[in-house]
Write a protein that binds this ligand. Structure first.
Ligand code: HEC
Ligand code: HEC
Length: 429
């Protein structure tokens, strides 16, 4: 806790990056994100699962800016043993994938049938780390986070999918859309995490094609409402806040979460201990289900285990640079990186780091200053698999690494050769 207080006070001043990086290291080590000697033995329980008091402590440690409306809502509602969200009934954890056949039925005006649902909450909890991760992947891909008018609309317009960035899977299912039993027992279309975080069919990859703004605008237009301003979001971007102030961000990849010191681009959530992500996910589902139910906590913990251990599938991601950089260039690039970049992008922390005041970066400060979750800063993102992750920055405003190094990132004045060396090195991350 002392560590966290210290870190909170240190967030902004530029001279503190190195200390922050050192603290990141400590925190990353305590998160136990990598497969180490712990891999086989799985602790029987974890503070997050133990009691409301423990969950409350995790929440309070995470919300280091308690006065933000985003924080206040959670602090008012979560982690009390005898009131608030703790008393909500547990959601159903059963679903099945939505199929193209369902979509065609809906398009033809025939109703949605429930079909055969799979229960995702296991009868017996996993006892190995691998077991928890497998359960977490199921949750990430199958558990309905919410239903929403625009999702149900999307499910019934398969002919519009190509223009909206939705591509059905080869097996006839639709990534990220599921059928589940909503309140009043009716079948409903639900969305899962891979709707946005499953681009190119790769679990955890931010979708660069999906056009959430266009989907919502088109749905609204059919209902006679004008939301055409959402068309400006463009593919791969979304505004997941609900304060009415535009706060459009790139949909992030999930690589590097095991090292994350903060969550969300503006870093409104500090990751202090195992369970921080589980709390974030639990509150995300509760809000998604309009504060009427809460997810099974074991499933949230499983998802944290899955995501903090997730590695990018490099063979399907990273384009081979051409011409292939020489090992001398890569070595020179590493030296350049360590001299110029590593103070923020800590190599031992997945090349991520703490927060940087938005006005010292050459990027749009809007998302860092939104009333709901603005902290005044952007977090230093992980650079794991960075060469495959264009476009860059919190808003996806930077098209390529070349452009970013040329003028877009105000750190280090670099000549052409130094930039080429850095590029060679960045391709290896
Ligand atoms: C509608 C698209 C959408 C869906 C569905 C969605 N997310 Fe996200 N997610 C986003 C966007 C956009 C952000 C960036 C928000 C920000 O930075 O303020 C984000 C951020 C995150 C982050 C923080 C990442 C980081 O590096 O800071 C995590 C973790 C995350 N999402 C997990 C999930 C999980 C788990 C689910 C399913 C329960 C989910 N998301 C569902 C769009 C989505
Ligand atoms: C003062 C801290 C700091 C230094 C030094 C720094 N960066 Fe960054 N970097 C950031 C922050 C903060 C962001 C996120 C900006 C945003 O989201 O808008 C970022 C973003 C990036 C991104 C985009 C990643 C993505 O997925 O969007 C790349 C690539 C990058 N930096 C590379 C470098 C390189 C290469 C260097 C050295 C030449 C460097 N950075 C030096 C703070 C820093």
């Amino acid at each position: 806790m002392a560590l966290l207080l210290l870190r909170t006070q240190l967030v902004h001043p530029a001279s503190r990056y190195r200390l922050l990086a050192a603290l990141t290291l400590l925190l990353a080590a305590s998160l136990g994100a990598c497969d180490g000697p712990l891999a086989a033995a799985e602790p029987a329980t974890t503070p997050y699962l133990e009691s409301a008091t423990e969950r409350r402590a995790l929440l309070e440690a995470a919300l280091w800016q308690p006065e933000l409306p985003y924080s206040r809502e959670l602090l008012d509602s979560y982690g009390f043993s005898d009131l608030g969200w703790e008393l909500l009934p547990e959601q159903t954890s059963a679903s099945r994938p939505l199929t193209v056949t369902d979509a065609k039925r809906l398009e033809a005006g025939l109703g949605l049938t429930l079909g055969e649902l799979t229960e995702h909450a296991p009868v017996e909890l996993p006892t190995s780390r691998a077991g928890w991760r497998a359960l977490g992947e199921t949750v990430f891909t199958q558990l309905p986070l919410r239903e929403d008018g625009y999702l149900t609309w999307l499910a019934s317009r398969p002919s519009r999918w190509p223009d909206l960035g939705v591509t059905p899977n080869a097996d006839g299912t639709v990534r990220g859309l599921v059928v589940f039993q909503a309140r009043n027992s009716r079948p409903a279309v639900g969305v899962t995490c891979v709707f946005c975080h499953g681009g190119d069919g790769i679990v955890g990859r931010g979708d660069r094609e999906l056009d959430v703004g266009a989907i919502r605008a088109e749905h609204a237009a059919e209902g006679g409402r004008d939301m055409s301003e959402l068309l400006s979001w463009g593919p791969g971007r979304a505004d997941v806040t609900d304060d009415g102030v535009p706060s459009v961000t790139a949909i992030p990849d999930m690589w590097g979460l095991g090292h994350a010191q903060y969550l969300n681009h503006s870093g409104a959530i500090a990751v202090s201990a195992p369970g921080t992500l589980a709390v974030r996910f639990e509150t995300q589902y509760i809000k998604g289900h309009r504060m009427r139910s809460r997810p099974a906590r074991q499933l949230m913990w499983a998802m944290e285990r899955f995501l903090t251990g997730l590695q990018p599938p490099r063979e399907s991601l990273t384009p081979t640079p051409s011409p292939t950089p020489t090992s001398d260039a890569i070595r020179a690039g590493r030296q350049q990186f360590n001299a110029t970049c590593a103070g923020c992008h800590a190599p031992d922390a997945g090349f991520s780091g703490g927060l940087v005041a938005a006005d010292t970066l050459a990027v749009d400060p809007a998302v860092a200053t939104t009333p709901e979750r603005g902290t005044g800063s952007y977090k230093v993102p992980s650079l794991i698999a960075v060469s495959a992750n264009a476009p860059y920055f919190h808003d996806g405003s930077m098209p390529s690494l070349e452009a970013l190094l040329e003028s877009g990132h105000p750190f280090g004045v670099l000549d052409t050769q130094a930039r080429q060396h850095l590029l060679a090195y960045l391709h290896t991350l």
